[in-house]
Design a protein around this ligand. Structure first.
Ligand SMILES: Nc1ncnc2c1ncn2[C@@H]1O[C@H](COP(=O)(O)OP(=O)(O)O)[C@@H](O)[C@H]1O
Ligand SMILES: [Mg+2]
Length: 242
């Protein structure tokens, strides 16, 4: 058994001769909320697409809970819940209809258990009362919470959220942060959360991976990153200019 929920080993992605991700190496232990920070174009989504098995690394390997994503794809992805770019729903179905569709894929649960699980995650993300409305009528913040409900439905070990705050208003961002914190505190879930905005990350992620032009420029605590600079923002900018 490994305590590393995510292990990124020397991963490179080359597209038409360009290294979008370059020799990236870091790991995330169980129970951590890790930020993946970097300016637009740094390679965050490309990395996340490799972790979620959507594309293959050109070289290197990625393991989730000790299982290799590319050699043991179904087992590895069973341990993962993710929202890449934006969550995907059937807008003409209700929130609970969307979740039930997914829950039905889990043959280890009886239909009654599937329904219970859907009710449970709806309560967890705070969509009670709106679960029988069509998703097309949901606000962006509600869609984001439904996306998180989808991500946690199969009881994963690791949740990956790619720029989850994009497009949300300050209230929506705060609710999202509180939901992530609650999931972490109550279920011991491990998170990797990408953002190009420092502010979002620093409030919730004690650990951070900083990327620039496909490369890792810092991996450690947010506090340590800040030490020696006037502010975390200064530290971030200094790393980006270095
Ligand atoms: N399929 C692709 N083919 C070629 N270039 C790509 C592809 N996907 C992303 N890129 C480029 O790779 C770089 C990293 O993109 P991305 O991973 O989306 O960064 P981020 O998510 O950090 O903003 C960008 O310069 C982008 O234009
Ligand atoms: Mg991106």
């Amino acid at each position: 058994m490994t305590n590393l929920v995510l292990d990124v080993q020397n991963v490179t992605k080359t597209v038409r001769g360009r290294k979008l991700v370059d020799s990236l190496r870091f790991s995330v232990p169980k129970g951590q909320i890790c930020g993946l920070l970097g300016p637009n174009g740094a390679g965050k989504t490309t990395l996340i697409r490799m972790i979620t098995g959507l594309i293959r690394p050109t070289s290197g390997s990625i393991a989730i809970g000790g299982t290799d994503v590319h050699t043991h794809r179904p087992e590895a992805l069973a341990k993962l819940g993710a929202i890449v770019e934006s969550p995907i729903f059937f807008p003409y179905l209700t929130g609970s209809g969307n979740l039930l569709n997914l829950a039905r894929l889990d043959a280890s649960l009886s239909p009654a258990e599937q329904k219970d699980r859907v009710r449970e995650v709806i309560a967890t993300v705070g969509l009670e009362g709106r679960e029988h409305d069509r998703v097309g009528t949901y606000s962006l913040g509600m869609k984001q919470r439904l996306g998180i409900a989808q991500a946690i439905l199969g009881r994963p070990e690791l949740i990956i959220l790619d720029e989850p705050a994009n497009g949300l208003d300050p209230m929506g961002i705060r609710e999202l942060r509180e939901l992530i914190q609650k999931l972490h505190d109550q279920s011991g879930l491990t998170f990797l959360i990408s953002s190009h905005l420092l502010d979002e990350i620093q409030k919730i992620c004690p650990q951070v991976v900083l990327m620039k032009e496909g490369r890792l420029v810092y991996h450690g605590t947010t506090d340590e990153l800040r030490s020696g600079s006037e502010s975390l923002e200064d530290a971030f900018v200094e790393r980006m200019l270095r």
